[in-house]
Design a binder for this molecule. Sequence first.
Ligand code: NAD
Ligand code: DAU
Length: 351
Amino acid sequence: MQRNLLITGGAGFIGSHVVRRMVEKYPDYRIVNLDKLTYAGNLSNLQDIEEYPNYVFERADICDIETLRAIFRRYQIDGVIHLAAESHVDRSIADPFTFARTNVLGTLALLQAAKEYWNGDWNGKRFYHISTDEVYGALPLGGEFFTEQTKYDPHSPYSASKASSDHFVRAFHDTYGLPTIITNCSNNYGPYQFPEKLIPLFIDNIRNRKPLPVYGRGENIRDWLYVEDHARAIDLIFHKGKIAESYNIGGCNEWRNIDLVKLLISTTDRILGNPEGTSESLITYVADRAGHDLRYAIDARKLREELGWSPSVQFEEGLEKTVKWYLENGNWLDDITSGRYLNYYEERYKR
Ligand code: NAD
Ligand code: DAU
């Protein structure tokens, strides 16, 4: 079957894995990657597939509805996987307005453009919105998990903006009948993650012998999922998920930050050939993140029972692959930290 699939945020971390998977696996699909290329967008993430005949890149802002309308018409879009967002919690604390603009108003503009273009002919259409477990708030220590029934209780400007976008997506289904699906995923890790997030930041700092800033006492807990397992879930849910449903996606893999950091240090030191414990002295406890949610943990039973998905990459194995990837791709990190990556688009696309 042919499809014209719009993927937003495809130049970012998770988006680049989703775009690559779809381009390689579905040669009959035309994959349109729409991305504004904010600081988080990096087209060099997709260098290996950018010449594929079924791949198109469009630099655009999801808040610009006129451009969205034109893109729906130009490519006859019949499916959307929406990942474009401001994604970093610390930045949302410093600048909440940008998060409201992109995550709330941008999602609304995309919903409106899809609704107008599909114009009540929902047959075969899909609007799939990628969201986060952070909309559910924080869990206490112990055996409780987020399910699809957990009430939304966001605490950071980031999670408030994502919760709001989820509500708009549901409202477009309930009010207009738009065929929507939402997934709420836990913390991803793997290649191509922007080095402001815990794992790539700490790998970069270890290789440069810089301090590792652990917030508070490092006691917060996150549930980690290898990014390709997330991309595989997105592919499955886009094709087989039920309209109007939401699905939780998680790694069943909870780690206290400080334990994860110690595992990351020992893995990185071993691969670098450093004596055991060399980089532990880089750990620096710093002021806690404001409103820092204590614990996230996902119950992904619905996805497993209804669609047969479960994580395939064990954490120690995924972390080893991840550390090796960043150490072997030091240029990718250096291009970002030096700002050189910002020129990639101009050099590649404005010939
Ligand atoms: P990212 O920050 O790495 O990438 C975001 C991408 O969106 C970038 O390429 C950026 O240029 C683009 N973008 C930002 N604003 C835009 C705009 N106004 N118009 C068009 N493009 C714009 O993010 P990520 O970590 O890959 O997350 C992708 C999605 O998955 C987000 O919606 C995020 O909320 C969600 N999510 C992330 C995680 C995680 O652990 N990273 C977990 C669950 C859900
Ligand atoms: O749970 C899903 C979410 O996971 C996604 O929706 C977000 O887009 C994604 O950024 C991620 O949010 P977190 O805030 O959990 O990720 P981050 O990598 O920023 O932080 C992970 C944990 O590590 C968190 O408890 C804060 C802590 N931390 C983070 C950084 C960057 C530190 O202790 N020091 C740091 O320098």
